[in-house]
Design a protein around this ligand. Structure first.
Ligand code: NAD
Ligand code: DAU
Length: 337
């Protein structure tokens, strides 16, 4: 692909994706459309903001005119839609923005894509659309969608729209559903960077409920290589699960972080649970592994160590975030919990 539109490219995964594309796939021009919400950050574009193969545009995926203009002007061949409201706790506090961006914004992109005969539309979805698992089994691409939070419901709605555009108008699409990502540039509202930040500052680590909830962790670089494979190799129309085959209980991840930072377990504080908290996610990624020859390359201990090292070496990035509106958000979620 010569010219691609990445939405949400100033966020955690989008910025890692663009960095990988620009360093590993020479002939690709990337237009990066991002609204710069609280989660978007130009500092995430370090090292490639001024790359001649990258053009950053501040704007909203809900802006029909702007999206149409970008597709025309840059002769876009593919859209990779990372832009979203992404934090489950915020979706419980205030769901409206999730409906606007995740559903209506996706619709705007789909209409523009349909009208411009794109080669590929890749919707970055999530394993959370499948709902929650008991102690056994994994999500496959055939697992019925059963989202439980406003966030995952909005992502599932977008998935249905993408499929409907494929079915009705022949839009060439793929949908990816990945498990929990961790790595550099993740906003410290999510569990891994939040626990790293609190531990570094000797603050309590707020563990929801019994802490025995299970997530399937994947280092962000491996998610990015999987999305590239789907973009460039997957036949249109398919859904691809992406995961690290790496299930961990929250408390085990948190203890690993504390050990690595040489901080005491006494910092752990069990707090009131997240309403409607999904107990367990586990992804069967055998389709992408077999069909597209993708493999995760970074094991969990290595990935967590790389992640902690990155936060240690980029404390200014973290301090700039947590010294802004973050504290207000933190108090609204965690004080009196
Ligand atoms: P993030 O919150 O770090 O970044 C989201 C980005 O989207 C931000 O830069 C934000 O400014 C931008 N954005 C939000 N609304 C926008 C709008 N209306 N127009 C343009 N830009 C807008 O999110 P992330 O963790 O990088 O997630 C990226 C995508 O991957 C999301 O679609 C998410 O659902 C999906 N996903 C995330 C994970 C994970 O573990 N983080 C796992 C699976 C799937
Ligand atoms: O599975 C993919 C999804 O992973 C993505 O689609 C979402 O965008 C992403 O935010 C993530 O969702 P989770 O809800 O699983 O991630 P989060 O980091 O918020 O929480 C991970 C686990 O840690 C979950 O069981 C809740 C728990 N937790 C989280 C926070 C923020 C705590 O115990 N304490 C906390 O303070």
């Amino acid at each position: 692909m010569k010219s691609i539109l990445v939405t949400g490219g100033a966020g955690f995964i989008g910025s890692n994706f663009i960095r990988m594309v620009l360093s590993e796939h020479d002939n690709t021009f990337v237009v990066n459309l991002d609204k710069l919400t609280y989660a978007g950050n130009l500092k995430n574009l370090k090292g490639f903001l001024d790359n001649p193969n990258h053009k950053f545009i501040k704007g909203d995926i809900c802006d029909t005119k702007l999206v149409g203009k970008i597709l025309d002007e840059y002769k876009i061949e593919a859209i990779i839609n990372f832009a979203a409201e992404t934090h489950v706790d915020r979706s419980i506090l205030a769901p409206k923005a999730f409906i606007e961006t995740n559903i209506k914004g996706t619709l705007v992109l789909l209409e523009a894509a349909r009208d411009s005969n794109l080669l590929k539309f890749v919707q970055i979805s999530t394993d959370e659309v499948y709902g929650s698992l008991g102690p056994e089994g994994k999500f496959t691409e055939g697992t019925p969608l059963s989202p439980n939070s406003p966030y995952s419901a909005s992502k599932a709605a977008a998935d249905h729209l993408v499929k409907a555009f494929g079915h009705t108008w022949g839009l060439k699409y793929n949908i990816t559903r990945c498990s929990n990502n961790y790595g550099p540039y993740q906003f410290p509202e999510k569990m891994v960077p939040l626990m790293i930040n609190n531990a570094l500052n000797n603050k309590e680590l707020p563990v929801y409920g019994d802490g025995l909830y299970v997530r399937d962790w994947l280092y962000v670089y491996d998610h990015c290589t999987a999305v590239w494979k789907v973009l460039t190799k997957a036949p249109p129309g398919g859904v691809y699960n992406i995961g690290g085959c790496n299930e961990k209980k929250n408390l085990d991840v948190i203890e690993l972080i504390l050990n690595r930072l040489e901080k005491p377990k006494s910092l752990i504080r069990h707090v009131a649970d997240r309403p409607g908290h999904d107990r367990r996610y586990a992804v069967d990624a055998s389709k992408i592994i077999k069909q597209l020859n993708w493999q995760p390359s970074i094991g969990f201990e290595e990935g967590i160590n790389k992640t902690i090292d990155w936060y240690l070496q980029n404390q200014k990035w973290l301090v700039d975030i947590v010294s802004g509106n973050y504290q207000k958000y933190y108090d609204s979620i965690y004080s009196n919990r």
